[in-house]
Write a protein that binds this ligand. Structure first.
Ligand SMILES: [Zn+2]
Length: 276
């Protein structure tokens, strides 16, 4: 066991419990989501370190704040979405699972510099997706499907707006900037200059958001409520009617799509460092 790991696990546990506790209080997490956030936060802090933990905390806090923006407007979109604004265990793991695996790998392989770039890429991708969803939902323009450009209802998976894409790049840039700043605080693993960090964040963010929309428009499972005659992502529509299969791959829900889209951050992160 690496030196000081137990101490870092305990400190990580205390810090993530405090942050996840605030998440419950702000109604950003379910209790399952708290459990997921504590596991993710503890492992990333213990095996990655402070430079790894700071961008993850920023992702979580910003996501919670943005989720509360325009609550009334977003409530109307809940007709399509399967879940409420509160993140549950599966959502937390979909967003934080790949990042946690990279931190564990960094703690045990000595490839911390390369893995940190891949980690920032993954975080930029999930941050971009969260920002584009939360900010894009406030767009005055109706979303268009990324594949056919047909106008779709707000909240439809695969729908994009210029505002949402702008938000995706902004979210990725923030993670890139924070990643670079975090390395200054911590005697961090990577030599990642500010320009490379920003490029990494913007590219991974845009790629993650576009891939999420592409998967959402093509293979993501969409169901149909026969009572309300609307598409939904929930197995049981909020009216109480069991929704029927409509299109996409059974089981490939929004959480799986989020996880898959986050993986695009790995090659983007590695490539930016390799080319730098
Ligand atoms: Zn219904």
């Amino acid at each position: 066991m690496p030196e000081g790991l137990v101490a870092r696990l305990i400190l990580g546990l205390l810090l993530s419990a405090a942050i996840a506790g605030a998440g419950v209080w702000r109604r950003a997490l379910t209790w399952g989501g708290v459990a997921g956030a504590v596991v993710v936060g503890t492992l990333i802090f213990a095996f990655g370190g402070l430079a790894w933990a700071i961008p993850m905390v920023a992702f979580f806090v910003a996501g919670s704040v943005l989720s509360a923006l325009g609550r009334e407007r977003k409530r109307a979109l809940a007709a399509v979405a399967a879940k409420s604004a509160r993140r549950d265990l599966v959502q937390v793991l979909a967003n934080g699972g790949a990042a946690t695996a990279l931190a564990l790998a960094a703690g045990s392989t000595g490839q911390a510099a390369l893995l940190f770039s891949a980690y920032l890429g993954v975080l930029a991708a999930v941050t971009a997706d969260t920002w584009s969803t939360e900010i894009g939902a406030l767009s005055r323009r109706p979303p268009r499907l990324i594949t056919t450009l047909a106008v779709v209802l707000p909240g439809t998976s695969g729908g994009v707006t210029p505002l949402g894409l702008l938000a995706a790049v902004a979210g990725g840039l923030c993670i890139g900037a924070l990643g670079w700043l975090s390395l200054l605080l911590d005697t961090g693993p990577a030599r990642l200059g500010p320009v490379n960090a920003l490029a990494l964040g913007a590219l991974a963010g845009l790629a993650g958001s576009l891939l999420d929309s592409l998967l959402g428009a093509t293979v993501q499972e969409v169901r149909w409520c026969p009572a309300c005659q609307v598409a939904t992502e929930a197995a049981v529509h909020r009216c109480g009617t069991r929704a029927l299969p409509y299109r996409g791959w059974p089981g490939l829900n929004n959480d799986v799509v989020n996880f898959l889209a986050s993986l695009i951050g790995i090659p983007v992160g590695v490539l930016v460092v390799a080319l730098a």
